[in-house]
Structure formats: C-alpha cells, structure tokens
Design a protein around this ligand. Sequence first.
Ligand code: NAD
Length: 339
Amino acid sequence: MRRTEPIGVAVIGAGWAGERHAAAYRVRPQLARVVAVVDTNAAVAAARGHQWDASLATTDLDAALSRPDVQVVSVCLPNSLHIATALAALEAGKHVIIEQPFATSVEDADTLIRTAARVRRLAMVAEGSRFDPVYLQMADMILSDEIGAPYLVRIARDQHRHEMLRARSWSLTDAASGAMWNGGIHDIETLRMFTGGLAIQEVYATATRSNLPELEGDDTSVAVLRCEYGCVGTLSESYSAHTPSGLRVRAEVFGAHGAIATDGTGAITITTQDGERTVRVPSVDTYDAMVAHFLDCVSRGNEPATAAYGMRPGLFATLAAQTSMIFSAPIAPEPSSSF
Ligand SMILES: NC(=O)c1ccc[n+]([C@@H]2O[C@H](COP(=O)([O-])OP(=O)(O)OC[C@H]3O[C@@H](n4cnc5c(N)ncnc54)[C@H](O)[C@@H]3O)[C@@H](O)[C@H]2O)c1
C-alpha cells in the first residue's frame, strides 16, 4: 500500500553527492522530506540543513538515526566509510541508498546484504549507469538481438580530475581511491548491462605511470575482463585525460551482426552491414531517476533494480581488478553464487 505521509530522509555526507540526493528528494515534496543532515564538518552540516529546510543539522550520526521521523538514509560519504554507516542505519531500522562503491570487500558486501535481509529493510546501491537512458536503450537493443550476441565491449572513461581530487583530500588517500574504484566500478556495471549479466570469469588490470603522485590509487589504468561465452571487455579509466567537458565516457559493443556505440553525447550509433544510423536519446538526471526509484521501492516495498545483492558481481570484479593491479596477474572474481 502507498504511504500518504512524505518519507523522512537523512542525508549523511553533505558534499557533492549529498547535494544531488537532497535535490532529488526535494523536488518530490509529496513523497519525501529531508529531515536530517549529518556531516563531520559542522559548518557544512549547518549550511545544508538550512538550505534543505532540515529540522536537524548535526555532526552526530546517532542523533539522526535515532529519529523516528527518519525512514530512509542516503549514504554519501567517502568510499571506505559507506559500510559502517549503512550498517548502523539498517540496524536503526532505516532503508538505505548507498553511493558506489557500496562496500570495499566481499565480506562487507555480504554483511550488508545479510543485515538488510535480517532487519527487512532495503539496501539499494546508487549506481547511476543503471538509470542512464543511453545505456538502458543500448542494452535493450543488444538484448533484442539487433547486433547478435556481444563478443566485445570497450568502455573508455576519460576525465581530468586532479583539481577535484585535491579539493577532496579523502579521495586521494581513501582505501578505495583511484580511477578503477571510482570510475571502473560504474563501467563494469555498464558492461554487465550490455552483456545481459554474463558472469565475469577473470580480470586483468594494470595501472600506468602516475600523473598525480599524491593519489594512492591508480590515476590511469586499463582492465581486460573475460566473461562467459567468450565475450571480452576492456576498460580504460583515467583521471589525467583532458576532454572538452572534463568527463567523457565512450562505450562500444560488438556482436556478430553489427556494433552499437555511444560517444557520451547522448547519441547511439548502430552499425550493421546495411549501414549506419544514429539515435539521439533525451538526457535524464540519473540521480533524480535513481532516487525516484528508491522512493517508489520504499513506498511499495519492492526490491530495487540496484539492490546490493545484484550489485555483488560488479563489486567483486572491481575488487579483482584492484588485486590484479597489485599482483600483475589475472584474477578470478569471488564467485557471486557463493552467497
Ligand atoms: N564527486 C563525484 O563526481 C561523485 C559522483 C558519483 C558518486 N560519488 C560518490 O559519492 C561519495 C561522496 O563523494 P562526494 O564527491 O560527495 O565527496 P565530498 O567530499 O564532496 O562529500 C563528502 C562529505 O562527507 C563529509 N564527511 C566525511 N566524513 C564524514 C563522516 N564520518 N560523517 C559524516 N560526514 C562526513 C565531508 O565533510 C563531506 O562534506 C563517494 O563515495 C563518491 O565516490 C561522487
């Protein structure tokens, strides 16, 4: 049954991502209300609390989680802080939506999933690629057999992020820092969309010489992913690549009868032996779509499209890429059927 009262929200971490979450809640006042804002930077918490009309702006997580008028929590913190906060929110009886990476180890991912199941609350991963209309349309085309079974997926994420990373000191030193953790994890999800969720059997990844010495993770890396049925994928992730707008993600998928590609500008090009055609897809704010879906799932009691359980294979492949970079060897991701 649908709720009649707006769902009370706590936004934990009031930086860039927190603002995006809050904006998506605030354009739906009938459905949601930001009740609490938590940030360890008291000035940030106070400013955002005022801006978002939240009745509580605090540095104290427990103060927000103990409020009965908070039903859902957006976890928008530095990567390695996600899991503890998400677990605390679930234990307090809240539904959670968690930024990527939603966990930084297999054990933490499974603890989150088990906890959500035990307390009967939703744990959704804020994975924007799953709500990107270009990727959704490409996946539809591929799965409706426009180009035949995919055998090669190439994704390249070029961004120049040195200033942004320096402005967020945590992102230089976080245990999950680097381009593969922060960009690759999304592109692995995109690859999984394009291949209809084929299992990723092995990942080989390597980083290039660093152009950003303060960054503990990789600033530029490539990965080769071997999937079921002889499909392979390549990812190229960079924080040091100049592009006209600062971010460009290009994705190409090849099948026996043709290819489907996007250049990151909202256009999809389909190439077959009959020629080439281009489809333009209206852009959508993926944060808005993602938060709308989360609220809908909370109010109806439905499983989200990006529930943490379904996001395990992408996380495990990202972890395999990290391990591969360390050992210079191909790594088989933790089997997702081991749960
Ligand atoms: N920046 C992006 O382009 C982007 C895009 C998508 C997803 N994300 C993800 O969103 C998450 C947050 O990234 P961001 O860019 O918003 O970072 P940010 O630095 O802008 O915001 C993080 C906020 O968390 C606060 N904070 C730190 N530790 C805290 C704690 N223990 N308790 C409460 N508040 C704390 C900081 O003061 C800061 O205001 C990351 O996981 C990131 O990967 C970021």
